[in-house]
Ligand binder design. Structure first.
Ligand code: PLP
Length: 259
């Protein structure tokens, strides 16, 4: 009998169900991958915003990682909201045991609320990115991480190259709403840059899109895809999910994706 492929998300809970671990497990399941989860934080959150963050103590994040890694054949790992520099550093310590590591350096929610309790940028740059197979900052995160404004495709290229210098094997800078007609991402790998585009969909329902993109990328890597095809497939998946849920109403703010 064919055995399940396993992916692990190391991320925060979104009580509203649209982002974080809840989105990741849904995306893993949609990709036919069994999902394990290590919680780094609980957020009290809905589509309108983040009302509170309760970070999981470092030792208990470690206990969850130990339990999962001792027992399950994890084929890929996605990190989302890590909540504190100490947790970023902890995950970096485990990184040699985390295959196909996709790091979504989550700094702010779609509502604009901060999702970390202290300054995590340096820990990402020096401790975690060097271990990553793929990192997936959006434009705002790329600006914070490089200390330079990122507002054009040329800026995204420059940011991707700079972030590639950290040792990350592949960098995706997600452009989001850069033009009226398309959502463009810059994919840097081994010194070459590709643009990946999808038609722009006008909707407020974009909560969890970043999580879903990184989770699908990890799921596809776990299934044996090469990084570029994993990323291109994730882009197509997220586009379809946004399109399918563009008109539904769930909550009063940034609604989630349907799948
Ligand atoms: N992780 C958690 C727990 C979150 O609550 C959020 C956003 O609210 C994110 C990650 C990032 O969400 P998005 O995929 O919308 O960038």
């Amino acid at each position: 009998m064919e055995q399940p492929v396993v992916a692990l998300t190391v991320a925060g809970s979104d009580s509203g169900g649209g982002a974080g671990v809840q989105a990741d497990l849904k995306a893993f399941a949609m990709c036919g991958v069994f999902g394990a989860s290590v919680f780094t934080a609980l957020t009290a959150q809905n589509t309108m915003g983040v009302k509170g963050i309760h970070a999981v103590p470092r030792d208990f994040v470690a206990a969850q990682l130990d339990a999962v890694l001792a027992d399950l054949p994890v084929g890929a790992v996605k990190t989302g909201m890590l909540a504190s520099a100490s947790t970023v550093e902890l995950v970096a310590e485990y990184a040699p045991r985390l295959p196909n590591l996709v790091v979504d350096p989550v700094l702010v929610a779609s509502s604009g609320d901060r999702l970390f309790t202290d300054s995590v940028e340096q820990a990402y740059l020096t401790a975690l990115f060097p271990h990553a197979a793929v990192i997936t900052p959006n434009m705002r995160e790329a600006s914070v991480l490089t200390g330079r404004e990122v507002s054009t495709v040329d800026d995204m290229r420059a940011a991707a190259e700079r972030l590639g210098e950290t040792g990350a094997k592949c960098v995706v800078v997600k452009g989001g709403h850069l033009s009226d007609s398309s959502a463009v991402d810059v994919v840097w790998r081994d010194g070459t840059v590709d643009l990946v585009e999808a038609p722009w969909v006008e909707t407020r329902n974009n909560h969890g899109t970043g999580c879903t993109f990184a989770a699908v990328t990890a799921a596809r890597l776990a299934r044996g895809a090469d990084p570029k095809s994993a990323i291109f497939g994730a882009k197509a998946y997220v586009h379809e999910a946004i399109r399918a849920s563009a008109d539904w109403r769930l909550g009063g703010g940034h609604g989630p994706l349907g799948w």
